[in-house]
Design a protein. Structure first.
Length: 275
């Protein structure tokens, strides 16, 4: 059995089928955590790039199991409070507890031909903001009941600290608003949950090399709006960082090494916010 900083812990991760979510699952499993992995595994009408599939979620499970850790997978849409609540509670029941919550599921439906800006805004906010609340509210009662503390890290973005790159599209406005919104949730939760020794922070990646940005629709969007791409460059000479760069930061934030870190907005951004 592996031993690490998270031995005996259970982590709930949304958007876990691929990209950052899969990376977080594998990284935390490598530190000894068991995983509840949740993903929608189907398409959302306003998203112009392919979302994760059941096969992707199965691959996450395979990679975690290679590390001799337990994993429970569930397909659920974080916009659907009943579905995600049922999925999280079932996963916690199977693995016996919950210590870490990573609301990571998110979309960026940026398109060069945005046919319905209102729908794009709505789906983005529902997924990237309301979905975060649904996830945390489903897991926190068990964390409080356990009485052993815990850690929550919400995936925001550099766009949750900056409005750079705004162009008036429904997808961009929804993305920036939601990523700012989760910072407000984090600060509220940090105050609410501190008496229970549950720490809450946000992590703010710059562009990450995942299917959310590495797709034809995003490239067409940036080609049509080159001023957006120019505004979103990093200070360090890297176009996009890797999922493991975020996973490493999260692994620290949820460990006892960060036991007094709460209410923090942590950029992992290649200097984006300093530029």
């Amino acid at each position: 059995m592996p031993t690490g900083t998270l031995e005996g812990k259970v982590a709930v991760i949304t958007g876990a089928a691929r990209g950052q979510g899969r990376s977080h699952a594998v990284r935390l499993a490598g530190e000894g955590a068991d995983i509840v992995a949740i993903d929608i595994c189907r398409q959302i009408d306003t998203v112009p790039y392919p979302l994760a599939t059941p096969d992707d979620l199965a691959e996450t499970a395979t990679e975690v199991e290679k590390l001799d850790r337990r994993i429970v997978t569930r397909e659920a849409d974080v916009r659907d409070v009943a579905a995600v609540t049922d999925a999280i509670r079932a996963g916690i029941a199977e693995l016996g507890r919950v210590d870490i919550v990573l609301p990571n599921a998110g979309i960026a439906p940026h398109s060069a031909d945005e046919s319905d800006p209102v729908a794009a805004f709505h789906d983005t906010v529902m997924t990237n903001l309301e979905g975060v609340r649904h996830t945390v509210q489903a897991a926190v009662p068990r964390m409080i009941e356990q009485g052993e503390g815990g850690a929550i890290v919400v995936t925001s973005s550099t766009q949750g600290l900056s409005g750079r790159g705004g162009n008036g599209s429904g997808a961009m406005e929804g993305y920036v608003a939601a990523k700012h919104g989760v910072v407000g949730l984090m600060r509220s939760w940090a105050n609410w949950l501190a008496p229970h020794h549950i720490r809450v922070n946000t992590v703010h990646p710059t562009g990450v090399n995942t299917p959310m940005i590495d797709n034809d629709a995003m490239q067409a969007f940036l080609a049509q709006s080159p001023e957006v791409g120019a505004a979103l460059t990093n200070l360090l000479d890297v176009e996009a960082i890797e999922p493991i760069d975020i996973s490493n930061a999260i692994a620290w934030l949820v460990s006892d090494q960060a036991r007094y870190v709460t209410g923090v907005t942590l950029p992992v951004d290649a200097g984006f916010m300093a530029k």
